[in-house]
Design a protein around this ligand. Structure first.
Ligand SMILES: [Zn+2]
Length: 397
């Protein structure tokens, strides 16, 4: 037995590594026992990222590993290698995208999980990879190896259904009533944006995926998938498969940083915030909702905790944030010690006087007005604005 990994067979134009992987698993020799397919999301800022930055892996059991590797070799040449260099369509996204550079790996023994953690928290390069038993292709070997090395301990599940070829190119049809039903199941997660009421299940664009439904158990993912697929208005599907995934694992984030605010810069039109601190600059985009609101509320001298990813420029993209201590926003004159009125200034350096009982104070005193932050606990973006990897705060409380 051993581990197979595959990545980077898609581009923005269409095509999808999950569909290529499905075909590969179904084309395996009969004597091969197929383990649980895995879909592993990696560092979102990777330079050579594919559309969803997800790689695939599976454990395979075979009595004749040499014959299996021979089969994989032939399959690679015929079905996967021709996908190299598939051209993306730049009208779909303005994000820099590399042409597909498929890679496949075979390991007789699962590589150490450190490879996965490096690839989910930062840039993993070809030089960082452990020596596979066999490998094919180019840059895709990076994601493929990280997916194989994923320990799979903290996981969720996603059932993916692919469109039948006769429907590709048409607009997607997924039964709304069936979607609403599975959305009400407690084990089905991230299926709907609660603020907008829109479904998060169906992708946009020319993907061969009809829908992907996520759940906290394999059984629920499978049941939700067949419920939606059997919905009256759902178009016929080609096939479906349940993947074990690192989505919602939070594996991409390390420990929280505690930072002191120096100043906060807010883009006046788009409301993105950049918090200058004693450490990295912290970016909180408008789409981050509560995280952005909290960042915009911060002032110099406040102390906050933040979890996020560092980009290539050394900016930390905030995903979760909590204010620890904060300075007063406003000051006012103290109350009169003799009556309920507030003292007033008699002029610069002239001290204070009560307008009612005429009590006098020689000092020009101020007291802080108490203020409270908009949130005192940890905050995160709304479900539709989170990364695939983001672990909901509620799951750890
Ligand atoms: Zn008074």
């Amino acid at each position: 037995m051993g581990w197979l990994g595959l990545d980077d067979t898609d581009s923005l134009k269409g095509g999808c590594t999950t569909a290529v992987f499905f075909d590969l698993l179904h084309g395996l020799p009969e004597q091969v026992i197929v383990g649980t397919p895995r879909l592993v999301r990696l560092w979102p800022f990777a330079r050579r990222r594919t559309r969803g930055n997800a790689a695939l892996a599976v454990e395979l059991h075979s009595l004749d590993v040499d014959a299996l590797v021979e089969h994989l070799d032939a399959w690679w040449v015929e079905h996967v290698a021709p996908l190299k260099g598939a051209q993306q369509d730049s009208t779909i996204s303005n994000r820099a995208q590399h042409p597909a550079s498929p890679g496949m790996v075979w390991f007789n023994h699962q590589p150490p999980s450190a490879v996965y953690f490096k690839g989910v928290r930062g840039e993993l390069s070809l030089e960082d990879l452990p020596e596979p038993t066999r490998s094919w292709g180019d840059y895709g070997r990076i994601g493929a190896t990280a997916a194989v090395a994923w320990p799979g301990e903290r996981c969720t599940w996603e059932a993916i259904a692919w469109r039948s070829e006769s429907h590709s190119g048409t607009s997607r049809s997924v039964d709304e009533a069936a979607l609403s039903e599975v959305d009400s199941w407690p084990e089905v997660v991230f299926s709907r944006d609660p603020r907008r009421g829109t479904s998060l299940i169906a992708p946009r664009g020319s993907s061969p995926v009809l829908f992907g439904v996520r759940a906290t158990s394999a059984k629920a993912a499978n049941k939700a998938c067949s419920t939606i697929a059997n919905g009256l208005k759902t178009e016929p599907i080609k096939a479906s498969m349940v993947f074990q995934t690192n989505q919602a694992s939070g594996d991409h984030l390390g420990e929280a940083l505690e930072l002191i605010v120096e100043s906060v810069e807010v883009d006046p039109s788009r409301k993105h915030a950049k918090v200058h601190t004693n450490g990295p600059d912290v970016l909180a985009f408008f789409e981050g909702g509560p995280v952005n609101s909290l960042a915009r509320w911060l002032r110099g001298g406040d102390v906050f905790r933040v979890k996020g990813l560092l980009d290539h420029d050394g900016n930390l993209h905030a995903e979760q944030m909590k204010v620890q201590t904060w300075l007063p926003r406003k000051h006012e004159r103290p109350l009169c010690p003799q009556c309920p009125k507030r003292l007033k200034s008699m002029g610069r350096g002239q001290g204070l006087r009560c307008p009612a009982c005429k009590f006098k104070m020689e000092e020009d005193a101020w007291v802080a007005v108490e203020c409270t932050p908009p949130w005192s606990s940890w905050v995160e973006p709304e479900v539709g604005a989170r990364r695939h990897l983001a672990r909901p705060l509620a799951w750890d409380n």
